[in-house]
Design a protein around this ligand. Structure first.
Ligand code: ATP
Length: 424
């Protein structure tokens, strides 16, 4: 029998990671004589969920197993041994779903689309579990059941791959040891087949986390071969093990397009078109805000300080520019992940007229008295309107890799590259 295993919410801010626990679980399942089919899946869910630990990811994988009770028991053992159950915000959940049951999988597909983009309740997850009698494990509040069901149900048209390398246990919590140059070299050799390994503009390695979890680094890309090529070039502390996941990272799967919704809701993410009606202003800390008139009214947009050089583009926007903004809606503000400038408003400046004889600018004769060229004595009544050259081009702009959200699609992955201003 083929069974999908879904699992989520096993870590805390002090340690662990659901991908690591899933790796340990898969190894144990194989040791017990069952087979894991294909690659496991790391499904990123709504990035704005307040109770997430870090990246709001859940894992699912397919097992060929002759004994469901044994599979459930192995999972229970691994969760009890490795999950951060003492942390008050860790509420693990695991589900076991017959891979041949299309009715359940179709229902879970619709559920997963909402978990990736919307906010769902525990009741909805428990309703599905009750309706389809889904075998499951629920620890404490069991909130992880939401992510576990979504990880099984997700069907991703676009996918990327991530290799996650894990640290040896004795190194957990210690400073990570790695040679940054080797990550830059791996990027030179394999980009754009791998991406977001380093951030050249901000001189940082973005594929090595700072959190106390077991992950040493994660290499993201389009193919297993490219990722393995990058992996071979990396110089780091000793790796305990690694796992390649198929993911929905870097696909923009979290974004609702404006045609799909009747209005904006907090903690969801959107693609919205509109006209700039209030020009950018900056507050202390380097956060830049502007306002766009959209089909849902005037919406504030923000490029926060961590978005670094992306703010230089935002600062140049003027009233009348037509833009499409991409980002999460939080505190009535779109937190920008990307922006397309569709057209630039024409900006004019009023200047003194030019003398038709000598080509120099005329001087004012006094208020309402017109203008005169001192040398040629030519005269003119009014100022002239001159169009100012905009220091900005139309097209797509993005935040740099150091500010990228897991689900945000980097411009280098866009099909049409002609108007993309890629930040590498
Ligand atoms: P982990 O590595 O443990 O997965 P994480 O950053 O992914 O860490 P979790 O600890 O899993 O975060 O916490 C997120 C919790 O939110 C999970 O219990 C998950 O089931 C739940 N959740 C995820 N997406 C949604 C959603 N759209 N609506 C409601 N709950 C959600």
């Amino acid at each position: 029998m083929r069974v999908w295993v879904g699992i989520d919410d096993t870590d805390s801010r002090d340690g662990m990671c659901t991908t690591y626990l899933a790796k340990v679980l898969m190894e144990k399942i194989e040791k017990e004589g069952f087979s894991i089919l294909g690659l496991p899946r790391l499904i990123r869910l709504n990035p704005n969920i307040p109770f997430k630990t870090r990246g709001n990811g859940a894992v699912s994988f397919l097992v060929e197993s002759e004994s469901l009770p044994e599979l459930v028991e192995i999972t229970n053992e691994v969760v009890l041994e490795h999950a951060e159950l003492d942390d008050e915000d860790t509420d693990p959940g695991a589900v076991f779903i017959d891979a041949n049951n299309d009715e359940i999988l179709n229902t879970l597909y619709r559920f997963s689309m909402r978990v990736i983009r919307d906010v769902v309740s525990m009741d909805e997850a428990l309703f599905l579990i009750g309706k389809y009698l889904i075998p499951h494990l629920k620890y404490k509040r069991g909130r992880g059941l939401i992510g576990a069901l979504a990880a099984v149900g997700a069907e991703c048209r676009d996918t990327t791959i991530e290799l996650l390398a894990y640290r040896r246990k004795e190194n957990f919590g210690r400073m990570r040891e790695f040679n940054p140059d080797s990550f830059f070299l791996a990027d030179i050799v394999t980009y754009p087949e791998t991406f977001d390994t380093v951030d050249w503009g901000n001189d940082s390695v973005v594929s090595v986390p700072n959190s106390p979890d077991p992950v040493l680094f994660g290499i993201r890309g389009e193919s297993v071969s490219a990722i393995m090529k990058a992996y071979e070039l990396l110089e780091t502390e000793e790796i305990d093990m690694y796992q390649i996941f198929v993911t929905n990272q870097a696909t923009d799967m979290h974004l609702y397009s404006e045609d799909e919704v009747a209005g904006l809701l907090e903690n969801r993410s959107y693609i919205l078109g509109g006209k700039v009606v209030e020009e950018p202003s900056e507050i202390e800390g380097g956060h830049v805000f502007f306002t766009v008139s959209t089909r849902f009214g005037e919406i504030k947009c923000a490029a926060f300080e961590p978005t670094k050089q992306f703010r230089n583009v935002v600062r140049k926007l003027k009233k009348g520019d037509m833009v499409v903004v991409f980002g999460s809606y939080k505190d009535e503000t779109i937190n920008l992940e990307k922006m397309k400038i569709e057209s630039l408003a024409k900006i004019y400046q009023e200047l003194n007229p030019i003398c038709p004889e000598c080509g120099k600018r005329m001087e004012s004769e006094g208020r309402k008295k017109g203008f005169r060229c001192k040398r040629c004595k030519t005269k003119a009544k009014e100022k002239i309107r001159v169009e100012i050259k905009r220091e900005l081009e139309t097209g797509y702009y993005e935040v740099p890799p150091c500010a990228r959200r897991h689900l945000s699609k980097p411009l280098i992955r866009m099909e049409n590259q002609t108007d993309c201003h890629v930040l590498r």
